[in-house]
Design a protein around this ligand. Structure first.
Ligand SMILES: [Fe+2]
Ligand SMILES: [Fe+2]
Length: 290
């Protein structure tokens, strides 16, 4: 089974936090996420983890300890630039968030921004600052018929800032993503080309930087958003396949952690700009025949 068939969808977005309790309270109180699992694990040092859900969007908030906690506190914006929540009634939700005291991120300092050359009919969005400086976009696609839906829905996309769309498309095509749309943003320093790539219900927004933004991107590493995890049905085979097609793995072996009912097995590779992409299989009970 090749890697793209092995991937069954998106599992979670990993966000490191300095205070787990505060971060969970922020997401539950302001955006309506619900915590459905929490655990303290050793990997190798103590990490407190909580999983939260909003529609099909799952966040893994994790608070490390010791020097890793100090490292998290100093993190800056990363290659995984922002994540976006699908919002049918954008104006209402943005006003509600502002009433709750949420602050706009500098990238959309004056609120709702219209990207007229994105998607089929344009996209509107407003970026907010999360409890650990992660950028959370409320996103409304003008070509989508949302019906009578209201409120924050779940995944819209995860945005990755890249040096080369060509290299990134080649990488994500290996994981079974294909282009579903795109567009551009004109800036004084040149045109930022954007591609949306999609695989099993999950969209990545690849943003090819130019000028000073491109230079700044070269200084970015793992930031406020740490990694994206994709579900696979057979982790050992995914590990073998990833090696076979030359993906760079951060792990020598498939690792395990005692999350959810029976634990998870996972490993992480890096994309062309250094972004971390985790492959994760939730373990389940299997009965062997006697
Ligand atoms: Fe993770
Ligand atoms: Fe976005």
């Amino acid at each position: 089974m090749n890697l793209s068939e092995n991937i069954t969808g998106v599992q979670h977005l990993g966000i490191p936090v300095v205070n787990l309790k505060e971060a969970v309270a922020w997401y539950e109180g302001n955006l309506g996420f619900k915590k459905f699992h929490e655990k303290i694990v050793m990997n190798p040092y103590k990490i407190e983890v909580a999983f939260l859900q909003l529609g099909d969007l799952v966040l893994e908030l994790f608070q490390p300890s010791g020097s890793e906690l100090a490292e998290v506190a100093e993190r800056k914006d990363g290659i995984l630039d922002h994540y976006a929540i699908d919002v049918p009634d954008l104006e209402w939700c943005v006003n509600d968030a502002v009433d709750k005291g949420l602050k706009f991120h500098a990238s959309t300092g004056s609120g709702i921004t219209h990207y007229e050359h994105l998607g089929k009919k344009g996209v509107k969005g407003a970026n907010f600052v999360g409890p650990n400086q992660e950028v959370v976009e409320f996103c409304h696609d003008d070509s989508v018929d949302y019906g009578s839906k209201t409120g924050l829905q779940g995944w819209a996309h995860l945005a990755v800032k890249v040096k080369s769309l060509k290299d990134s498309m080649a990488f994500y095509e290996k994981l079974g993503f294909h282009k579903t749309g795109g567009g551009y943003l004109d800036t004084p320093e040149g045109r930022i080309e954007i591609a949306f790539v999609y695989q099993k219900g999950f969209t990545l927004e690849l943003i090819q930087m130019v000028g000073a933004g491109l230079e700044e991107l070269k200084t970015r590493g793992a930031g406020h958003i740490d990694h994206i995890a994709l579900d696979v049905c057979d982790i050992e085979e995914a590990f073998y396949e990833a090696k076979k097609i030359g993906l760079q793995s951060l792990d020598y072996l498939v690792k395990e952690l005692p999350f959810f009912q029976f634990g998870v097995k996972f490993f992480t590779v890096v994309g062309p700009d250094g972004e971390k992409v985790e492959f994760n299989q939730k373990k389940c009970l299997t009965f062997s025949r006697i």
